[in-house]
Every structure is written in structure tokens, then in C-alpha cells.
Design a protein around this ligand. Sequence first.
Ligand code: ADP
Ligand code: MG
Length: 617
Amino acid sequence: MVDDIIRTDSMKVDRPTRTFIQSQIYYIKLIYKKHPILFLFFIFFTALSSLISPMTLYLNKETVDILTSFATTNESSQMTWLMILLCCTYILGFLSSYFKEFNEYTFQKIMYSVSYVMKLLLFSKLLQLSIERFEDSSFHDKLKLAQLSLNSGVRVVQTLINLIGVVFSIFGIIGVLLTFHWSLPMTLLLSTLPGITIMFIVKLKGYKAENKASQFEREMYFTEGLFSQKSALKEIKIYNTQQYLMGKWKKLFNTVTELRLKVARWDLRYKSLSLIVLQGAQFGVSLYLVSLVVGAQLSIGSYVALLSSSVMIQGLFGQIGMHMSSLFETAVYNNALLSLIQDAHDDRNDGTYQIRRIESIEMKNVYFSYPNSDVSVLKDISLKIKRGDKISIVGRNGSGKTTLAYCLLGLYRLNAGKLTVNGLDISLLNMESYYNRIAVVFQDFIRYKYSIRENIAFGNLEYLENDKEIYKILDRIELKNKVMDYPGKLETILSKEFMNGTELSGGEWQRIALGRALIKNADVVILDEPTAALDPISELKIFELFHKLYSDKTTISISHRIGPTRLSDLIIVMDDGRIVEQGTFDELMNMRGYYYNMYEAQGKWYKANAVDYPVII
Ligand SMILES: Nc1ncnc2c1ncn2[C@@H]1O[C@H](COP(=O)(O)OP(=O)(O)O)[C@@H](O)[C@H]1O
Ligand SMILES: [Mg+2]
């Protein structure tokens, strides 16, 4: 089903013109809905601006004609007319600049609110998609493109309207020239088109080369970013990769520079060519026009107007090229964004049955492989968790423990087998009610760069303003005293990137995560082993705290170390996606099988490090 959606989406992207038009319509409708008056103003002023070039042209011609006749007749009435013309020319010049500024401001205002709406739509969509979607690399590609469009996507509408304005201007100029002499528009096109065509081709090629450079540029920016990130610098120092990374950066920088210069050189060559063609054609046209002027078929004003109009037309065509390339570039991003937002598929496969209390969770012959992967990560898993059980899942790294937790949560669909909660198939459940009753400390839990208050209360937002409850939790996770010592108390931000922020150790963060789960007051709590590579002793302490905190709950604790398993009643041993043994500690030890061997291997470590762990066995 998910695959179907992704396939239809990419089909849509394959028809760029259709989606391009659709996205224009979408944005125009959106802008119109949000800012009808501003948008109309924008169009109106763009239309007015487009008339300015032809009007200036007309004024210039008239001015020159009056000036030439003035030299011979010296009529004073013409002087007034001349003044009016000059004033008009300057007013037009001012208006042209003003309209441009005004339009830019108007559009910024439009842009902010459209970007707000688009972000809102995208984020709500992302929050609602199933985790499975994020396993798909083509989804991520699309998402990256969509994010590029979030801030400036609406510019396509501005560009399109400007483009239409430019075309209007060109027609306006042609129209004005036509009133001077029938042959002028043709001579204008003859003199400018060949050169402009060459320029266009150059631009197109340059755009492609630019794309190539930008790939290297992205890699260069990523590398540059590493040099200013604390997390990256730590690793760079430890692994001694400074020299290598510097070398890599130099190479990238030089490659980017080389590619850009190549484009520039090439641009220069072809631009020179197009200029020769342009000038040559204009030379021919000038000769023709001079002959018209000499034959009194054309006024000097018209002659001058035509020359200046060819400069105008070149500028306008240049703008068309610029607008077109930005239009197509942004359109690709916008299509990605719209196809994400408009994707009607609702991933929530919610049933209606409300879970009030989790009595049991059961898996029967479950098989699972991650989306877009053939490898079975869980194989024939059957287990039953009853209210009050204390279960440990133990197994090597990669044996499928975390995946099993994900599947118990119903985050992924199973390939085969059954998952039931309180005896009901997971598909019948209202997932929100299930999630309300289950808490998880994920291996990669979120370290919010927010206040301590929020970091705890995100487990249960009802308590966000309840200082007493939050302090109670902090006390239980043994962080209260520490927090009391911070000047900002509960408002202290957990990152030094912020004023008065602080940083916690791996173990302290892990306790925050436990607190977040604790405040939720769920029926079942899952603790996945800390990946932040806590040493075995700190890890053991976390597991001990976990069991102390949740002594009255159903608990599932996951670890690849046997130490923590001693704290549970039922131990499930996993290897290569299968449950290979399960039982109490004594039962497993008596089996002298997989668990026993693990114990023999790891137990030595605890003994050698004189941890009292073997004693509690
Ligand atoms: N998102 C994923 N897509 C594909 N394979 C995955 C994904 N996550 C984990 N795996 C694979 O599934 C197997 C089990 O992983 P995991 O459940 O994380 O193991 P454990 O928690 O026991 O260390 C591993 O072989 C891992 O490579
Ligand atoms: Mg894991």
C-alpha cells in the first residue's frame, strides 16, 4: 500500500509540466486566499511596471524629435512640451523603481504567510505519517527537496507574474515601435534575436554546469560545517582526521572553484560571440535606418528610440532567461512539497477499540523485515507479556531486540504472525489509547534542547506547569539536588548553546529519559539499552533505578549485557532474530545453553572488575 503511494507519487513527478501548472495554481489560490488585496496590488503594479519601458521609449522618441525640430524652428510652445516630456520621463523612472521596491515588500509579506501555511501543512503531515515511510530513501529525497521549497517556493508565482510582465513590456515596445514605422519591430527582432538566442543557450548550459558544481559545493559545506560542530570536532580530534578532512576540504574547494571558473570562462567566450553577432546585426540595422532617416522616411527620434529599445529588449530577454531558470528550479522543489502535502494517504490504520489498561501483549509466530529489505530481522517470535511481568530481553548487538520493541509498539506492520493487546488484534485498536498506556525509553531518545521542565513533562504534558510533580520525578531519578543548584532551576535549558544552558552527562540524560517515562504513569514500560555507550556499571545502575522506579509496573528491559537481566523474572534470549531460550535465571543457567555461555563470558568481566554484581547473583 505504502509502495503504491510512493509509486504514484513518482509518476506524478515524471510529468513536470502538469505538476508545474498544478503547483502554480495551488500557490496562486493559496496566496489569493491569504492576501487577496495584496496579491491584486502586486499584479496591478507589475502590470503598470511593464508599461513603463514602452512609455519611456515613446517619451524618448518625442523628446529627441522635438529637440531636432527645435534646433531649426525655435518655437517656444515646443519648449513647454519638451519640459512636460522630460518631467514625465523622470516621473516614470521614479515610479519604475518605486513599484519594484513596493512589489518586493508586498511579496515578502505574502511569502512569510505562505511559507507559514506550507510549513504547517508539511509538519502536520510528517507527524501523521507512519514510521515505515521514513525507511524509504526515495521518501527522504523528496522530503529534502520539499524542505528547500518551504521558504521560497512561493517565489515561483512572483517569478511567473514578473515573466508575464516582461513579455507585456516586449509587446508594448514592439507596439510603440510600430507606431513610428512599420519596419521597426522587424528590424528590432532581426538585430537582437540571434545574439539573444546564443545567450540563452549559454545560460542553459551554464545552468547544467552549475548543478554539477553545486553537488561538490554541498559536500564542501558539509565538511566546513564539521569544523564548527562540537560533536564532530570531538570525533575529529580523537580519530585524528584533521589532516585528512582539511585535505578533502581543499580538494573540494578547488574543484568547486575550477568548475565555476570553467563556467565563467565559457560564459565569457560565448558572450563575446553573442556580442559580435548582436553588434554586427545592429550595425546592419543602423545602416538601414540611416538610409530611412536620410530619405526622410524616419524621424531622428524614432532612430534613437529603436537603438535604445534594442538595449531594453536585450535586458528584458536577459530577465526572461533568469526567471525561467529559477522558475524551473523552484518548481522541482515545489512539486516535491506539494506531492508530500497532497498525498491523501492516511497512514493511521486506527481501529476503534480503546485500551484503558494493558493486561497483556502477545506475539504469535511473528516474522518481520524492514520495508524495502528482504532480510528477516524477526523470525517466528512468540511471547506473552502479562500485567506485572518483569521481562528482560538479552542478545548480541543486531539480534533484533530493538526491532522487537518497535513491533510490540505496532510501529511497523508485521510480515507474518499476530500481535494482540488484551487479546485483540492490533489493527482493531485505537493506537492513541494504546500509546497512552505504554512508555518507552528508546535507545535514541530525544535530547530536547529545551528546558528541564519540558524535557520531563514531555512524558505527560498535563504536568507541564506542575512544579511539584516535576520535582517529585526529579527526586526519584536522583537529579533534584542538581537541578536545585542551577540558577534557572526547571527553566534551565539542556544545552550550552543557549544562555545559562547546561550540559548533562550520558547517564544523567538517561535518567531524564527515565523521568519522562515515569511521569507518564503508563501500564507497561520498555527500557532499551542506552546506546550512548554507558559503561557496564553505569548501565547496570540505570537498570537498577529503572526497576526501582517501575516496581509496580509491567516492565520490559533490553540489553546486550547479562548484568541487567538478573533483575527480571523472565529472561528472553535472542539471537539472529529468533528467541533461542527463555526462562528464569536459574532455569537458563541449568540449561547450560546460550545464556549460560554468555554468562560465563561476561560474568568474568564483572568479576575481574570487582563489581558486586556476581554477589547479587
Ligand atoms: N531501519 C532499518 N532498516 C533495515 N534494517 C535494519 C533497520 N534497523 C535495524 N536493522 C537491522 O535489523 C537487525 C536488528 O537490529 P536491532 O533490532 O537494532 O538489533 P539490536 O537492538 O538487537 O541491536 C540488524 O541486523 C540491523 O542491521
Ligand atoms: Mg538495539
